[in-house]
Design a protein around this ligand. Structure first.
Ligand code: ADP
Ligand code: ASP
Ligand code: MG
Length: 406
């Protein structure tokens, strides 16, 4: 008898009606002879509602207490699902992360999973029970409740599936698979039956929130079979393939958009080696992740530096730069926190050239201004204005012939 882990996201458990539909879905899998472990998100909107409550009391709430609060959303959905299953005559047990020994480090709000004790889950499964686990949460060494970052239930599901040696980890969501771009941004997006692991990883880290990037990373590390499907309709969804990438005929497989980007620009930095080392050290000490970095020469002695951070930490980064400007010489500082990053991703880039040129000329022809460009082996990203997000995605989606044939 194989174990299947099924994760249901917020919209999938967004109402009692939806919870009943999820119960039916789980019963179907159980009746096919599988042992089922369901991992749930909070009901849609709940995590945001809780976050908003905390922020009304304090713009920067205590990270520990915030995790204590946010983790409560999942406790509601798992117990409701267990109630719905029991009512239907199926024995089910809901469990919090601490009850399955899901240990994380102590980095509140973005904790990483260290270990899972499978004893309780396996005992429940052996007794024929359906196990329902709260996603998104964990527990540190001292017994504090932690959370895994927004969208973290995907990672909970993959980690639990890995610990249980499940046959497959199925991520049920509100779209029927992974598309060539977010179908809500471009209605011509095409569903992909398969996607390579490398492409999925780049997509997830470049803004395709259909899977949390850590979940993809975790699946890759442990070769856990992963599939994205709809909880609203039948279908085989999208399978993430770990096999070596085939030779792609198209250079680009998908376009993604990453919201909430902010850019800081430092013009005319003297003694730049020392200043840049100081700057990035201070940003790292403040736990600020830097994404794109572009350095250009201004003169023989001076350089310009542009880098991007998440919009949430823009002000914090600005303070660090301003503080640095008191001790070193920078001619001018500026920034923009209304930007987004658009990326083209494809294994085909390994064998095709000229992708950046096509991308930049398509954006130029559409009158879209590009602030920064960065390239990686199978990804090219550009930073554009927030208001250009939809048109940039659509222009590139068309340019690389990803539209579904009508
Ligand atoms: P859940 O609550 O189930 O975790 P999410 O909202 O986190 O669901 O992720 C699903 C959403 O991801 C979809 O509704 C879709 O708008 C968005 N999305 C972004 N990029 C893609 C893509 N390439 N393919 C499919 N969905 C995508
Ligand atoms: N409920 C959490 C969130 O909204 C985790 C998740 O849904 O994956 O981010
Ligand atoms: Mg999600």
């Amino acid at each position: 008898m194989a174990i299947i882990v099924q994760k249901f996201g917020g919209t999938s458990v967004g109402s009692l009606k939806r919870i009943e539909a999820v119960a039916e879905q789980i019963i179907k899998t159980k009746n096919q002879g599988h042992q089922v472990v369901a991992v749930l998100s909070a009901m849609s909107g709940d995590t945001n509602r809780l976050l908003n409550l905390a922020k009304q009391l304090d713009a920067n709430p205590s990270p520990r207490e915030l995790d204590m609060l946010l983790a409560s959303g999942e406790q509601v959905s798992i117990s409701l699902l267990a109630i719905a299953l029991i009512k239907r005559g199926y024995s089910a047990v809901s469990l919090l992360a601490a009850q399955i020994g899901l240990k994380t480090n102590n980095r509140f709000n973005k904790a990483r999973i260290l270990d899972i004790d499978t004893t309780r889950m396996l005992t429940e499964l052996q007794q024929g029970h359906i196990v329902i686990v709260a996603g998104f949460q964990g527990c540190d060494d001292e017994g504090n409740i932690t959370t895994l970052g927004r969208g973290g239930s995907d990672t909970s599901a993959v980690a639990i599936a890995t610990a249980l040696h499940a046959k497959e980890c199925q991520i049920y969501t509100d779209v029927d698979g992974v598309y060539t771009t977010d179908p809500r941004v471009d209605a011509t997006a095409k569903k992909l039956d398969h996607i390579t692991f490398d492409e999925m990883l780049e997509m997830a880290s470049a803004g395709a929130k259909v899977l949390q990037n850590r979940a993809v990373e975790y699946a890759g590390k442990h070769k856990m079979p992963l599939r994205v499907l709809s909880s609203f309709s039948d279908g085989s969804g999208t399978k993430i393939e770990f096999s070596e990438q085939s030779v792609a005929s198209h250079p680009v497989s998908a376009i993604t958009a990453h919201q909430d980007e902010a850019m800081l620009s430092l013009v005319g930095i003297a003694e730049h080696g020392r200043v840049i080392a100081m700057l990035f050290n201070e940003l790292a000490n403040a736990d600020i992740e830097v994404d794109m970095i572009v350095q250009t020469a201004l003169s023989a002695e001076k350089i310009n530096l542009n880098f991007t951070v998440h919009r949430n930490v823009y002000q914090q980064a600005q303070l660090i730069v301003a503080g640095l400007n008191n001790v070193v010489q920078i001619d001018a500082l500026s920034g923009n926190d209304r930007l987004v990053k658009i990326s083209a991703i494809g294994n085909g880039m390994r064998s095709h050239t000229g992708v950046a040129a096509s991308m930049l000329s398509a954006l130029y022809d559409a009158g879209i201004e590009v602030y920064l460009i960065s390239t990686a082996e199978i990804k090219i990203s550009v930073l554009v204005k927030q208001q250009d997000l939809t048109s940039a995605v659509q222009v590139l989606h068309t340019k690389f012939e990803l539209n579904a044939k009508k």
